[in-house]
Design a protein around this ligand. Structure first.
Ligand code: T3D
Length: 255
């Protein structure tokens, strides 16, 4: 069985971490495969990506057996995570993390590097790094404070508490919490909604929000104008405008 299962349907590419015997712990092979799948997700037929986990959890984070067993070179190993996180962040289409069970350590990092998070009601998050004497990596020291604020991020990273789906929702860590038995159907419904949206504009939106966190309003106004110049030339924009004027629903094609 593949460490990352891939399923494509109606514009939605679903990538499922598939090492359930270790609670989908992330090892080198899985990360290499994930990187390959995410590169393929740049294909224009893919208009939304879902990340999820097989079995009872999303991911337990770094495979601790691999960490101990092989005496991994941290720099080499982290570069695998970093390539994956950069791909998630720069992929110009929506990425949705569907969190079942638990997202721990670098598993949580991958959920946070996604654009939206939907969680089952019994799911929980645990930063986990400090529990094994490591600092946050795979982007978590960047994404977590931006989602929940610096004080809360410090608490979650220092103390590594279990954060329930409801708590995660209240602090802005997840966008939606749904009954466990509806997680798959509601994830796919949301992903299909995104896959029928204005893909180019979503990609530009990602660029805008990424840039906004490290820039001034003045610079952002100029950058918005550049992005709008691109969005304004898309077929999706032109037909949506026409649809509005004709009082009908737009039909986006992602170009
Ligand atoms: O190079 C680098 O930079 C390293 C990068 C590090 C980034 C990180 O991700 S650091 C954080 C690593 N993750 C953890 O520390 C979490 C470890 N796991 C847990 O704390 C717990 O397993 C969970 C809270 C996730 C779930 O608990 P529970 O009670 O539901 O399950 P369990 O019984 O603990 O685990 C079930 C099995 O999965 C068990 O194996 P067994 O006994 O049935 O054969 C357990 O050993 C295995 N497992 C769970 N997590 C991992 C794992 N095996 C390998 N790696 C894991 N991360």
């Amino acid at each position: 069985m593949e460490d990352v299962q891939s399923h494509f349907d109606q514009g939605v590419l679903t990538l499922t971490f598939n090492r359930p015997q270790t609670l989908n712990a992330l090892n080198s092979e899985l990360l290499n495969m994930l990187e390959k799948q995410l590169k393929q997700a740049t294909d224009s037929t893919v208009r939304a990506v879902v990340l999820t986990g097989a079995g009872r959890v999303f991911s337990s984070g770094q495979d601790l057996g691999e960490l101990k067993g092989k005496g991994l070179d941290f720099q080499v190993h982290l570069s695998r995570y970093n390539r994956v996180v950069r791909l998630l962040s720069t992929l110009e289409k929506p990425v949705l993390a569907s969190v079942n069970g638990v997202a721990a350590g670098a598993g949580m990092s991958l959920a946070l590097a996604s654009d939206l998070r939907i969680a089952g009601a019994s799911a929980y998050f645990v930063t986990a790094f400090m529990r094994i004497g490591l600092v946050p990596d795979s982007g978590m020291s960047y994404t977590l404070p931006r989602l929940v604020g610096e004080a809360k991020a410090m608490e979650l990273l220092m103390l590594s508490p279990k954060v329930s789906a409801a708590e995660a929702h209240a602090m802005g860590l997840v966008n939606r919490v749904v009954p466990d038995q509806e997680l798959v159907s509601q994830t796919q419904a949301l992903a299909r909604q995104l896959a029928t949206g204005p893909t180019r504009a979503y990609g530009l939106l990602k660029r805008a929000l990424k840039k906004s966190s490290g820039t001034s309003l003045d610079e952002m106004l100029d950058y918005e104008a550049i992005l709008q110049g691109i969005a304004g030339k898309t077929k999706d924009h032109r037909q949506a405008l026409q649809a509005f004027l004709e009082k009908r629903a737009p039909s986006f094609r992602g170009c």
